[in-house]
Design a protein around this ligand. Structure first.
Ligand SMILES: NC(=O)c1ccc[n+]([C@@H]2O[C@H](COP(=O)([O-])OP(=O)(O)OC[C@H]3O[C@@H](n4cnc5c(N)ncnc54)[C@H](OP(=O)(O)O)[C@@H]3O)[C@@H](O)[C@H]2O)c1
Length: 240
């Protein structure tokens, strides 16, 4: 599986290499319509997720993803820490939680693990809401007034936090805005043999999406492989 991992080289000296990873049903959903996180892929997918993390200086997820499951976003144990160290990365990846409103509870499971700093990426509004409540548990970084300015945010992560490779693990809203901002370099998707259906179920890329085919992002298939009943795909995104 290591043959299918990214070789993360920052595209310029202003932002990290950005890659997404998601497990999806055959109809492209991240979860059923109740949006409750329940694993639906196999053990190979879990291993691949941790291997993908070994190439990341930071792992990022949206507020709903972090708030609705036991999400810690750490390296995943000694075995993966050793790979990180062998490849010249820090023992643990930084962890980034994205919230525009900043209405984040300090008692979320992600804050209970002190494996590495948690950065809350937010707006100026969110900064006001969290600077006291999350003082003990996160580094709050504001980029943008009401929405996150991704150019500014990625540049700060690159320059102030030394992030050269950033893995985004969803959910659909966060993935969608990153794709629309044109800052995603590669997409990793594992397809599991289910159909969830439902227009309220999250998909790999939600947010407002592209209105016209001509504006959609084109992908080039880099790798595909099968493990058990799951299919794994890696795509390069053309023009970010
Ligand atoms: N199968 C998989 O691989 C996988 C992976 C991840 C998640 N999931 C599932 O996906 C669902 C969650 O996805 P979701 O789309 O509902 O939510 P999400 O993207 O995880 O989180 C949405 C929230 O994150 C913040 N956010 C996202 N993008 C932002 C941006 N560009 N700027 C500022 N804030 C931003 C906002 O928080 P505030 O409201 O606080 O402002 C927003 O309400 C859950 O069911 C989860 O289990 C599945």
């Amino acid at each position: 599986m290591t043959a299918f991992l990214p070789n993360p080289v920052a595209p310029n000296d202003d932002r990290p290499f950005v890659y997404l990873n998601a497990s999806i049903s055959a109809d492209g959903k991240l979860a059923p319509a109740n949006r409750v996180f329940e694993p639906f892929t196999n053990s190979h997918d879990e291993r691949f997720l941790h291997l993908l993390r070994t190439r990341a200086d930071a792992v990022m997820a949206g507020h709903r993803t972090v708030a609705t499951g036991d999400v810690k976003m750490d390296a995943g144990g000694k075995r993966f820490e050793s790979i990180r160290l062998r490849e010249g990365r820090a023992r643990q990846n930084l962890r980034i939680l994205v919230s525009a409103t900043g209405s984040v509870s300090p008692s979320l499971p992600i804050f209970s693990t002190k494996s590495s700093p948690v950065i809350l990426l937010t707006t100026s509004e969110g900064f006001k809401a969290t600077k006291v409540s999350l003082k003990e548990v996160a580094h709050v970084v504001a980029c943008g007034e009401q929405t996150i300015d991704w150019k500014m945010a990625l540049s700060q992560l690159y320059k102030q936090w030394g992030v050269r490779s950033l893995l985004c693990e969803g959910g659909g809203d966060l993935n969608g805005t990153l794709i629309q901002a044109g800052v995603v370099d590669e997409v990793y998707a594992t397809i599991a043999p289910f159909i969830f259906g439902g227009r309220n179920a999250p998909t790999l890329a939600d947010s407002s999406g592209f209105q016209h085919l001509a504006h959609g992002k084109s992908l080039v298939l880099k790798h595909r492989f099968r493990r058990g009943t799951n299919l794994f795909f890696c795509f390069k995104v053309l023009n970010g």
